[in-house]
Design a protein around this ligand. Structure first.
Ligand code: G1P
Length: 919
């Protein structure tokens, strides 16, 4: 409609509230609204989007992203003024769209939003009428979205007007959008309550066995004084009329009387929350409001209770304030102070994103139209990384419960329900193993132990997941039957329990031996982190994640040794696991993929259906030695076999073998094939030497960097569909998992660069993502990080992405260098001179050891990274004896625990010239 460069959003306070002019002139924009109870909404600036509690309970018609401009089924609110065409307060009338597109300044529209509410102000200038529409989901126990519409007469003559809410009620499962949509409308029983329209379908439709339905879908409303509507349009077809549409309905255009009154019923029709309010006169300067309650009620929940709690302007305002306070409180634990206030406020939205993914999973927002709810295994573990930094809650029980999803063959259930212990093999019942899944829990547990010092967590016990699949989903266990439940049994028939450490060992040891013969690195199986590498499940290998497993094995060895702090000298492991610690008794020839696979095959047989339940002690030193030996072998192997160089001395690691056993990356006649993933984990796991790390950066700069899309692409253009690697290469190049600037891997690249002390290079990645995200003219998204940027630079799949967790983690633990070390607090800043403010300060507030800490680095000489070191540390203005070496400071947990809880403690860190650096 317009090719003008949009103005973009600006923050209107430090807390993160923002304003966007002309939001309706950007397509595909949507905002999430949700509460912990389970209501999940998406809302566009024009009230489009949908409202649901799950896959099978949509209040409004389910939408995916193209529907945002295709469908007319928005949250609509009509205003009829004598002598004029009907007008929509949410911008959804055909005539208004036409007028607004033709006449500059016909409508002035501004969106404001914060945690988690949206307000759109729309002024119809020729008519002198302004509508302010607010939507939010109260932070309460109810599954409701609240909406208020305030009309203001901005003209000089009284307006005689009538208001009508018109919100389509879908009232059933998203599956019914393309599966019996009409037939399922026949199940609808629609009632006009005094305050609105209620739909309770008789059955919940499922041809495998229809179930009685007890859920009620409601659109309720009242004016500001709590007065009820005076009539209703409960059926879509009565409202739109013959030949009409929801954005030009006959009932409004011809000013028809309400079709129904309180107490009336309609059965078997597509339903509408059509609520007609009494005609009224609005004097110049005056305003009046309406409140709508859009709810999904479980059996036994009462409409009257909802009306009492939310059904007036005063209650609406009260809940809006409570909700804002709730979210602001939730986000207050980690905040940043840099030289760029816009960045600091933007980070608050990034910090919100992991919580949104906890609430939405990878489903239920318009781009995320593939899920059916539940949460994926790798996302689950990574989203907790952020939780560990932002919340004071004890997450050990949660972490422990997730380990019940690990199978004894090292694979795991992939979908996790909302209740602890709820696991499923796969959302589409496809037996599939993602080979990276075993690696993520370790990263999370490591962070947990570093933040808390709770080493004993490694020894806590948990059951294992068991279903009909065995041998990493390659075989079916015919002896298994669903009645035995989803826990692995030991011989006597009781569930088998093993330590958290044992679970992680099973994950890593099975991976170590599960190699392909092409490269002798770990098999790709169903895919790795890149879900799109899903067509190489026979012979494909992920060298990239072999590197992560190698790094983990190395760190696991250290963690095992750290257990001696608990006066432990040995751990008990299932006797079946012992052969996998082969170096202790009968070493396997690691150079032989066949030997490795043979050992694994006999292990799989031994744990196919049950385990013996017998455990054997293993000395910590022995265990650590075996793990370290495996890590070292992998490191040397990748070093000698997978390094690639071009003719200019740039180098990188090959990340994959395809299903034909061919190496994927390298310099070919048709061009260079390189992936970012192959570099991230070889850097992170210290497999790349320092010189190789620099060569990798040069190669990435040459082959992957594209400033037009905010940074490093996931891969070069392979120029082929690659049926022996995965669907990703069927995607057009530059999109999603085929060569987009994919935020998650890019942020992990930044993290790896920081870990390798390539600080400027790391910051370039983080800054690039920020610049692209916040540049509205390019990205067209609200504050936050999108999953990726399209090749036109647009932010795609906003809100739900693992990159947010990693961005926060990298900023806290690497850039600001605030990190736990087995419970103590290590300060090791890697800030650049440009990241300090005018006074040379940079600050961060974090939670650590149950204490709120306001950490401020002082660098009055604005020295750059590498030039400064920590000179002194003061807590609450008192000097603190700290362990200072190599420019780092270690604050003992004991010292922090002595600080009174419940107040903010200031830690001032003086930075000064490092020895050998002159000022
Ligand atoms: C998404 C998925 C994630 C997957 C990635 C690459 O990334 O959620 O599990 O690893 O695509 O296929 P996200 O942006 O959410 O991290």
């Amino acid at each position: 409609m317009t090719d003008k460069t949009p103005q973009g959003w600006t923050f209107i306070d430090a807390g993160g509230d923002f304003r966007l002019p002309d939001p309706h002139r950007t397509s595909y924009l949507y905002f999430p609204l949700a509460n912990e109870t389970g209501l999940r909404s998406a809302i566009t600036p024009t009230g489009n989007g949908d409202i649901k509690t799950g896959q099978h309970s949509f209040l409004t018609p389910p939408v995916s992203v193209e529907d945002l401009h295709n469908t007319r089924s928005a949250r609509n609110f009509w205003v009829q003024i004598d002598g004029f065409d009907p007008w929509s307060a949410t911008g959804n009338s055909a005539a208004q769209l036409v007028a607004d597109s033709r006449e500059t300044g016909y409508e002035a529209v501004t969106l404001e939003a914060g945690f988690l509410w949206q307000r759109v102000t729309r002024e119809n200038r020729p008519r002198g009428l302004k509508a302010t529409v607010i939507n939010f989901v109260p932070s309460s126990q109810d599954s409701v979205e609240l909406m208020s519409v305030t009309l203001t007469n901005t003209g000089s003559t009284p307006l005689h007007l009538t208001a009508t809410a018109a919100i389509p009620i879908f009232g059933r499962s998203a599956d019914n959008l393309r599966d019996h949509r009409h037939v399922t409308s026949l199940l609808h029983r629609t009632t006009c309550h005094r305050y609105g329209v209620l739909v309770q379908p008789t059955l919940s439709f499922d041809e495998r066995g229809h179930q009685p339905n007890h859920v009620t879908y409601a659109v309720l409303g009242a004016d500001q004084d709590g007065d009820a509507p005076v009539g209703f349009f409960p059926a879509v077809e009565d409202f739109i009329g013959e030949g009409g549409t929801l954005d030009w309905p006959e009932a409004m255009v011809r000013d028809l009387p309400a079709a129904a009154a309180a107490g009336d019923r309609v059965a078997g029709y597509e339903a509408l929350g059509g609520l007609c309010f009494a005609p009224t006169t609005l004097a110049p300067g005056d305003s009046l409001s309406y409140v709508l309650i859009l709810g999904i009620l479980a059996a036994g929940e009462s409409v009257e209770a909802l009306l009492a709690d939310y059904g007036s302007r005063a209650r609406f305002d009260l809940w809006l304030e409570r909700t804002r306070a709730h979210w602001r409180g939730h986000l207050s634990s980690v905040t940043f102070h840099t030289d760029d206030a816009r960045f600091d406020a933007w980070m608050r939205w990034v910090a919100l994103q992991p919580t949104l993914r906890r609430l939405f999973g990878n489903s239920f927002l318009p781009y995320h139209d593939y899920g059916r709810g539940g949460r994926g295994w790798r996302d689950l573990w990574q989203d907790i990384l952020a939780l560990l930094l932002t919340s004071d809650d004890d997450v050990s029980e949660l972490l422990l419960s997730y380990f019940a999803g690990v199978r004894f063959d090292g694979s795991n259930a992939t979908i996790i329900g909302s209740r602890p212990g709820e696991f499923k093999a796969d959302r589409n019942n496809i037996p599939r193993v993602w080979m990276d899944h075993g690696a993520w829990p370790f990263l999370t547990v490591k962070l947990y132990i570093d933040q808390t010092g709770d080493l004993a967590f490694l020894l806590r016990e948990q059951s294992y997941f068991k279903d009909h699949l065995s041998h990493r989903c390659q075989q079916v266990d015919a002896d298994w039957h669903a009645e035995q439940g989803s826990a692995l049994l030991a011989e006597p028939g009781e569930p088998y329990w093993g330590s958290v450490l044992e679970h992680m060992l099973v994950q890593h040891l099975t991976a170590f031996f599960n190699v392909g013969s092409a490269g002798n690195t770990i098999l790709l199986e169903g895919a790795d982190w890149n879900d799109g590498l899903d067509m190489a499940h026979h012979r494909g290998e992920s060298v990239a994640f072999t590197a992560l497993y190698a790094g983990n094995l190395h760190e696991l060895a250290d963690l095992v040794l750290a257990l001696s702090r608990l006066d432990v000298t040995q751990v008990e492991l299932a006797s079946e696991v012992l052969p996998l610690l082969d170096t202790l008794a009968a070493p396997t020839d690691y150079a032989s993929p066949q030997a490795k696979r043979a050992l694994l095959a006999s292990y799989f047989e031994s744990v196919r259906h049950t385990v013996s339940g017998k455990k054997q002690p293993v000395a910590l030193a022995d265990l650590a030695r075996d793990l370290a030996a495996k890590a070292a072998w992998l490191r040397d192997h990748l070093h000698s076999q997978e390094w690639i160089e071009d003719s200019q001395g740039r180098g990188w690691f090959n990340g994959y073998y395809d299903d034909d056993g061919q190496r994927v990356e390298g310099v070919r006649q048709a061009g260079v094939r390189m992936t970012l993933t192959g570099q991230v984990f070889t850097l992170m796991s210290n497999i790349a030497s320092d010189e190789q790390a620099r060569q990798i950066v040069r190669a990435a700069d040459r082959y992957l960097l594209d400033p037009a899309v905010g940074g490093y692409r996931l891969n070069t253009d392979f120029g082929a569909v690659m049926p022996s690697l995965g669907r990703a290469f069927g995607f057009a190049f530059g999109h999603k998992e085929n060569g987009a600037m994919f935020s998650h891997m890019a942020v992990m690249f930044a993290n790896a660069l920081y870990q390798r002390d390539l600080v400027r290079e790391g910051w370039r990645v983080l800054a690039g993502i920020y610049d692209q995200s916040q540049d509205f003219a390019k990205s067209r998204i609200y504050p936050g990080i999108p999953e990726y940027f399209s090749d036109r630079g647009r932010g795609m799949y906003p809100w739900l992405t693992g990159s947010a967790s990693w961005y926060l983690l990298t900023l806290v633990s690497e850039v600001y260098g605030v990190k736990g070390q087995l419970g103590d607090l290590l300060l090791q800043p890697k800030l650049l001179a440009s990241q300090f403010d005018g006074q040379g300060s940079a600050g961060i507030q974090v939670l650590f050891a149950g204490r709120a800490l306001d950490i401020r680095y002082h660098n009055s000489g604005r020295l750059d990274y590498g030039e400064y070191t920590i000179k002194a540390v003061r807590i609450d203005d008192r000097p603190l004896p700290v362990d200072l070496h190599d420019g780092r400071a270690l604050l003992s947990r004991g010292a922090l625990l002595r600080l009174p809880a419940g107040q903010l403690h200031r830690i001032d860190i003086q930075l000064g010239a490092a020895p050998g650096e002159s000022l």
